[in-house]
Design a protein around this ligand. Structure first.
Ligand SMILES: [Fe+2]
Length: 346
């Protein structure tokens, strides 16, 4: 490939003249922004073990009252992007959030989309747009762009959840902001009850629900049962996976990030192809090895989280020969597909 001219090859006064006019020569940076064959990725394979996070999160509960934090979160930051950037990948933000018994995280809404994956504890709830969503281990709760949400906790043990947001992307777009609001009244109706069974949707005099987000809570008991049912029905099927979708349209549950649950059969190894989006793995049940191509494998214990850059194959291995392992995944697929840059390189 042809070597291109460098900035140093140009006369200093010429470069200075360009700078004064806010002009930049492209050719010294061309290969940097358009590298050959594969993008430069700052996202580094990174593992965040829950056993190390939990004591520090509980310590944050002692050090900082909720009024001083609003959201008591330790951000799972990718060192490849620089910790201060607070991003797991180009488009994904991950945070481990703690809510103590009796605490209330005030009502607000914002432009980035968020979801919560409940890690541990009972008795917390998220009120999203008036719908009170109970939070139990493995439940996925959506707080999509523009919807009011607040968290409360009526239980007696700390509750922890993993926040997944498209904040880095929305911030980069200079479109990230929030608005604070008043405590929300609880409205009747629960999406997870209305859409409790696959293949049928609630109808009002032949009219389907046209809300963009008809379902806000995806109970883990349902997703887990779906995975077990698929595995049982198709014993030879290699990839036992479900996608969290809008039950009215079948589209991805949110606009920018995709969310999935995956089951590994006892002892199973599953190779996920090199696809363009970066991805995040969170262990819901069991233990799994996550081997990101070209990197030493991670061992995920329950509640551990890791990420992998895009354009990289990942092999998952269930470390138990007797029990299935269950993983939650998040990725940037909806974004890549909408932008027309999605690739599966096999
Ligand atoms: Fe929020």
């Amino acid at each position: 490939m042809q070597e291109l001219g460098r900035l140093e090859d140009l006369p200093k006064d010429y470069v200075e003249d360009l700078r004064k006019l806010n002009l930049v020569p492209l050719w010294p940076s061309l290969r940097g922004v358009l590298p050959p064959k594969i993008p430069t990725r700052q996202t580094r394979p990174t593992h965040w073990p829950y056993a190390s996070i939990k004591p520090l999160l509980l310590k944050a509960g002692e050090l900082t009252p909720i009024e001083k934090a609003e959201r008591r979160v330790l951000v799972l930051a990718n060192p490849g992007h620089g910790l201060e950037k607070m991003q797991a990948s180009a488009a994904m933000y991950l945070g481990m959030q703690l809510l103590l018994p009796g605490e209330w995280a005030p009502s607000h809404r914002h432009t980035p989309n968020a979801v919560r994956m409940v890690v541990e504890g009972e008795g917390a709830w998220t009120n999203v747009d008036g719908e009170k969503c109970h939070m139990a281990r493995g439940d996925l709760i959506l707080t999509p762009t523009g919807l009011w949400h607040e968290h409360g906790h009526d239980g007696d043990q700390p509750v922890v959840w993993l926040d997944v947001l498209d904040l880095p992307l929305v911030y980069y777009m200079e479109a990230s902001y929030h608005i604070n609001g008043d405590r929300q009244a609880v409205k009747p109706g629960q999406g997870d009850r209305a859409y409790a069974r696959g293949g049928v949707a609630p109808t009002t005099v032949f009219q389907r629900n046209d809300r963009r987000y008809p379902m806000l809570r995806y109970p883990w008991v349902e997703a887990r049962a779906a995975l077990l049912s698929i595995a049982q029905d198709q014993p030879d099927r290699e990839c036992v996976q479900v996608t969290y979708v809008n039950p009215e349209t079948g589209e991805d549950a949110e606009n920018i990030l995709g969310f999935y649950a995956l089951m590994l059969r006892p002892g199973q190894a599953l190779r996920l192809p090199a696809r363009s989006p970066a991805q995040v793995f969170h262990q819901i049940e069991g233990r799994a090895e996550v081997a990101v191509e070209g990197h030493a494998p991670f061992t995920l214990a329950e509640a551990d989280t890791c990420c992998a850059p895009g354009y990289t194959a990942v092999t998952l291995r269930n470390l138990s020969a007797y029990q299935p392992a269950f993983l939650f995944m998040a990725d940037e697929s909806p974004l890549h597909r909408k932008l027309g840059v999605y690739e599966d390189r096999g």
